[in-house]
Design a binder for this molecule. Structure first.
Ligand SMILES: Nc1ncnc2c1ncn2[C@@H]1O[C@H](COP(=O)(O)OP(=O)(O)OP(=O)(O)O)[C@@H](O)[C@H]1O
Ligand SMILES: [Zn+2]
Length: 729
């Protein structure tokens, strides 16, 4: 730098700064003299009338000229080259603006609720005037004057926390804040070494080897439900800890339950660093800093944990890699599993994709030798996989307005008799998916979307599952004003619960669904209560399908195995296979063997036949052949373009203009435009185009060139590109 140059000339040269907004390019700024900047530095820069945060993406070539100047360098860890490369890569792949991708990496956790210090109690004063056995136990447990968490003390003394409170009131105990929990205590790889089975040991060793090699490799860990995949990938995590390198375990948000954390703690002695939306902003901020310093050795998080500033990432694990929840649907449409593979390559580290039902893409990669294929074909402890049977609903027909076949009812009764748990699975929230007027046929539709409103009795409302629109369920039909004429059509979990209560009045039953008040905290409690055997019958949506361990569960009844097979979505068969295999895999994980009954109107459907045969190879082979024949992923590439606008006319005009300037060289097919299956969403009209190309065609280049030729969207028109679409609505 030449300090002699006068400031107005931008004595410090220039830098290209990327701003975390929907902009694709970095902007040039002058560097004030005296300020030293390097790529990755986080800076404050003027943007229009305001100032904003940005990241130095590269050194500039020019001399300041009349450029605006960088205001300051912020005291934040710089984005290292690996993370910058990931941002560039994700933007290239998804066609999202680079600034939008940067926002994922630079996002500061919300500055929300301050971390509440947890309170503990300590023995401080004289015993209370009135002594009870419970009080005496609590005092005895607090002997020695240590500061103990209130609930921990209550548990140790087997008293309720009310007893502790009463002793605080009496002055026997005093209350003090507990010392702040360490955000990233060092896990001990040898805290509790498990006794692995022969198979588990072989796979665990292979994974630990990959970590030791410190080079890039994708491994598919395919193990049947209950085979101990978690136990086994913990071996790889342990190895990374021994080497002092960081690991990240990605999970679908909902799988980050108390059960997982407890297992981690039992294995490593401390909790992992947790990164998901329910963790307070302050905690996440501290964790982020600890990650950047390399102190947090293991992070368990939802998909956004992929963009954290790891200092020395030595291992990535993607648990339940087949989960659709890994695909972000709004904003930057990235698939966290695929981007995890990208990040592991950039970091030169192994990545483990774990699942009992891998995605077809991953399966094919493993079969063709691109990924290492590690298998756990048996359940741990010699337990058998559940036996699966179909119930033909055409022959064993439930009564009108009911959904349990006589075979399923008998099976549940037998289970109640034997004091074993049953799970009834129905992937439909609410009471009924459709409400109509018996007299005039009026149906309740969302005013903003082309979707029926779902009756939610617990909430006393009709709800749109796409935009969240809520209205009261009226007493009369709004069209013909006939009172009491509205009828519910079809089943939801709430309605099934009603049937269960009538059918099995003596049973303790519970509905588990994501839309009840109380959020994830309540759900965690409920899942725990189920695992502890407090309920006989569990009624649940796909939330209960995976990752949970209910030792007393021996029967799974699938109410509607056909649901999802008829959607016309190219992944319908795969999705159904996965969810049904996962949910039936909840049965028989404890001492007793399990079984599952699947109710269907189409018992000869290939997906159901493959499931019942117990031979997943049969399904994968047939589905692989079908995809190959149709040129669908992973044998071809796919992208969806959604053109949306405030009016049908605008959306259609633009979609047609877009289609007209599409080229179709050999190996490229452009389908549409057609109305999207969800033709109106949140008041916006939607048209869809699909691009399918051969594998060797560079889909991203093709799309970019096309969009460049195409007319700019005007007025309310927006074009959203979705590479590797998972949802086809
Ligand atoms: N080596 C082992 N020693 C003791 N317990 C084990 C061992 N391996 C597995 N288990 C137990 O078996 C059960 C199933 O293991 P785990 O949850 O890891 O299986 P999974 O393959 O992840 O199953 P799913 O795919 O259904 O989630 C757990 O309760 C786990 O603690
Ligand atoms: Zn809606």
């Amino acid at each position: 730098m030449d300090d002699a140059l006068d400031e107005g000339q931008g004595g410090g040269g220039t830098v290209e700064v990327l701003i975390p907004l929907g902009l694709d390019q970095a902007y040039s700024y002058a560097v004030p003299s005296g300020l030293k900047l390097a790529p990755g530095d986080v800076v404050q820069v003027p943007l229009g009338p305001r100032e904003t945060v940005g990241v130095v993406w590269e050194a500039g070539s020019g001399r300041g000229g009349n450029l605006k100047k960088v205001v300051a360098k912020l005291d934040m860890p710089p984005l290292d080259p690996a993370l910058r490369k990931l941002v560039d890569w994700v933007a290239w792949y998804t066609l999202a603006a680079k600034g939008s991708v940067l926002a994922l990496a630079l996002k500061r956790p919300p500055d929300d609720t301050p971390e509440r210090p947890k309170l503990g109690v300590r023995l401080a004063g004289a015993p209370p005037a009135r002594m009870t056995p419970a009080r005496a136990r609590a005092i005895a447990a607090a002997e020695g004057g240590l500061l103990i968490g209130k609930s921990a003390l209550a548990e140790a003394a087997s008293v309720s926390t009310a007893v502790i409170d009463s002793l605080v009131d009496a002055g026997t105990f005093c209350v003090e804040p507990l010392p702040q929990e360490a955000i990233a205590a060092r896990p001990d790889p040898d805290h509790a070494i498990p006794q692995l089975s022969y198979d588990q040991r072989a796979v665990g060793d292979a994974l630990a080897d990959l970590v030791r090699k410190q080079s890039w490799q994708v491994a598919l860990l395919e193990g049947v439900t209950g085979s101990g995949k978690t136990e086994v990938y913990f071996e790889a995590v342990a190895e990374a800890i021994r080497l002092g390198r960081q690991s990240v375990i990605l999970m679908p948000e909902i799988a980050l339950t108390a059960q997982f954390i407890d297992r981690f703690e039992a294995r490593f002695g401390v909790r992992p660093g947790l990164w998901h939306s329910a963790v307070s902003g302050r905690r996440r901020e501290r964790l982020q800093a600890a990650i950047a310093r390399g102190e947090a050795l293991v992070v368990a998080g939802a998909r956004s944990a992929l963009f954290l500033p790891y200092r020395d990432l030595g291992l990535i694990i993607v648990d339940e890699e087949h989960e659709a929840a890994y695909k972000q649907e709004d904003g930057v449409a990235y698939h966290a599993r695929d981007m995890a593979v990208v990040r592991s390559k950039i970091e030169n580290a192994p990545v483990v994709l774990a699942s009992a039902t891998p995605s077809l893409e991953t399966r094919v990669n493993a079969e063709r030798g691109r990924y290492l294929h590690l298998k756990l074909p048996e359940r741990y402890g010699g337990r058998e996989l559940p036996t699966l049977g179909l119930v033909d609903l055409r022959k064993d027909k439930p009564e009108r307005g009911r959904w349990l076949s006589s075979q399923l009812i008998k099976a549940v009764e037998a289970n109640l008799e034997a004091k074993e748990q049953s799970l009834l699975f129905l992937n439909r929230r609410g009471y009924a998916p459709l409400t109509l007027c018996r007299d005039c046929g009026h149906r309740f539709q969302c005013p903003n979307c082309s979707a029926w409103l779902v009756d939610h009795r617990f909430r006393r409302a009709l709800v749109c599952h796409h935009c969240g629109h809520v209205e009261r369920r009226p007493h009369e039909c709004p069209a013909c004003h006939q009172p009491e004429s509205l009828v519910a059509c079809g089943p939801g979990v709430e309605r099934l619960a009603e049937e269960v209560a009538t059918q099995f009045p003596q049973a303790r039953s519970i509905v588990l669904s994501s839309d009840f008040p109380g959020g994830t905290e309540r759900l965690k409690q409920e899942l725990m209560a189920v695992a502890e055997g407090e309920f006989d019958i569990v009624i649940g949506t796909q939330l209960v399908a995976k990752g949970h361990n209910f030792p007393g569960m021996t029967l799974v009844g699938v109410i509607d195995a056909d649901l999802g097979l008829t959607s016309g979505d190219p992944r319908a068969a795969e999705r159904t296979f996965q969810v049904l295999r996962q949910v039936t895999g909840r049965a028989g994980r404890g001492e007793k063997p399990g079984r599952a009954l699947l109710q269907t109107h189409d018992p000869s459907h290939p997906v159901l036949k493959a499931l019942v045969s117990g031979d997943p190879e049969r399904f994968y082979a047939a589905e692989t052949a079908a995809r190959e024949a149709a040129g669908l992923p992973p044998f071809g590439r796919l992208a969806g373009l959604i053109v949306s606008a405030n009016s049908q006319g605008e959306a259609e005009t633009h979609a047609r203009a877009l289609a007209r300037c599409a080229e179709a060289p050999a190996g490229v097919a452009v389908l549409g435009p057609a109305e999207a299956p969800l033709a109106i969403l949140r008041g916006r009209h939607r048209m869809r185009l699909i691009v399918r190309t051969a594998r060797e065609i560079n889909l991203q280049d093709y799309l970019r060139a096309w969009l460049k030729r195409a007319p700019r969207p005007k007025g309310s028109v927006r074009v959203a590109v979705d590479v590797d679409p998972q949802s086809f609505l």
